[in-house]
Design a protein around this ligand. Sequence first.
Ligand SMILES: [Zn+2]
Length: 531
Amino acid sequence: MSVGHAILTARPHDKPSFLIESHSSQLIVSLIASFLLSLAATQSFADTAGEAPASLTHALQLVSSDRMWADIRTLSGPEFNGRRTGTPDDLSSAEFMRQRFLDLHGQRPPSNDLGGVMADTLPGLTRMQSTSVTTTTIGDNPFLQFALTPGSPPDRIGTDYLPVLDSPSADLQAPVTFVGYGISDPAGGFDEYAGLDVRNRIVLFLRGKPERYPKQISHADKVLAAHARGALGYLTATGPILNAYEARRGVTGRPSAFYGLTAPARTIPGAWISTARASALLRAQPSGDDDHLRALQQTLNESLTARSVGTDAVVTMRWHSAQQDGTLNNVISILPGHDATHQDEAIVIGAHRDHFGKQGGLLFTGADDNASGTAVLLEIARVLSAVPAGLKRSIVFVSFSGEEQGLLGSMLYITQPVVPLRSTIAMINVDHAAVGNGRLTIGVTGAEKTVAQQAGQEAGLADRIDVFGFFPGGDHVPFKEAGVPTITVVSGGVHPHFHQPTDTADTVNPDILSAAARYVLAMVWRLADAP
Ligand SMILES: [Zn+2]
């Protein structure tokens, strides 16, 4: 990525002046932007801050948490089987969304008075956008066992371990070597594999990286390193010491569902194990005491000195996984803007619909993640389609698939946007919007944070929002990287069921859901109706 820069927009399709563009590091962006924008652009909102237009006030009253909750129950119910990307449940949930949008927005072709861009690019207002995708299913009854003590029982799936969801089949038994964070970077002076022979062993590495390690490192990088060194399999676990972000999000020691996103030809079977099991494994070593893993992690974090160690623990990993070709389906619906000079411009509101489906015999229903954001998306579509005058700019609703499998749906949209990205004023992403402490976390890139605060005031939520810069992970990322300003809306606080089979509709909080929807409504209103 290039060095960050900021400009006030001055393009053929002028964006509202409070938006800036950014392509990477936010530091320079925010320095320049805060200077320029404090001088000029935000002034246009100074008079109106806190006062919602009457039409918005009315629209905010139309938001119904009952309807959203009903949609969450449906989407996380047995009918959709966890909405896994590329499966028949991807298609059936997409059809559900398409039908809802058709009921709301109709399927009339774009009218002649729509601007050139819209008329050129729209065969219809509601449509699917699809691509082929490979999916992996972990078969029922997987088996994993630490032989820490003679006759110890098999570990429990979901509680003690979970196969990584795109792991190859496993049928192996080997001793474990702890390799710290699993980083092999001799050139950077930090090689946790230095002097180790992990051939025919299983490696155990912590998730994340020491904060002092300056480079980015992905899970896939770590698996690649383990594979290159001849390891047969891997285990990964959250360390006992959480970083600030993990603590804020309430990351637990439980294994979570996720895709490793490793190259099929250079991967090995892997599982996420609980922090408790990882600690037990190190405690069982001759040198181990109760807090051995914590001590090792602390040393790694503080001194960036490799602390790898072979153990006597033998682990058995056994499961069957099957790859299948399938189709990923985004669902897109457009609500055209009414203002002749602005209707070629659009605000994208996105929420991913996909979740993990059934894996290893466990059903992941994904109520908070992200039937909640999907329900907000539908509710905003309902409310806006009931607004008689409409908004100046067009609204593009996108129900993404493939988010959990590496943002595949939003990356697909970026390559085939229904409104050109240069005319896309902003992308609002709603994810995990129904659980937590009652506050909303708002992540903003490419726009002034004051916009986020003003939308909060207009929604009557000024004292319930926390505005940050970039929020890591989610379907807004490809938009940000394409230079589109993004606003991410996530419910604040701990999400205790994150990527767990327990993320079910009964854990959803209607008040939080309603706050998220009202916030998104105020934000989209502000962006779409700006002068
Ligand atoms: Zn998720």
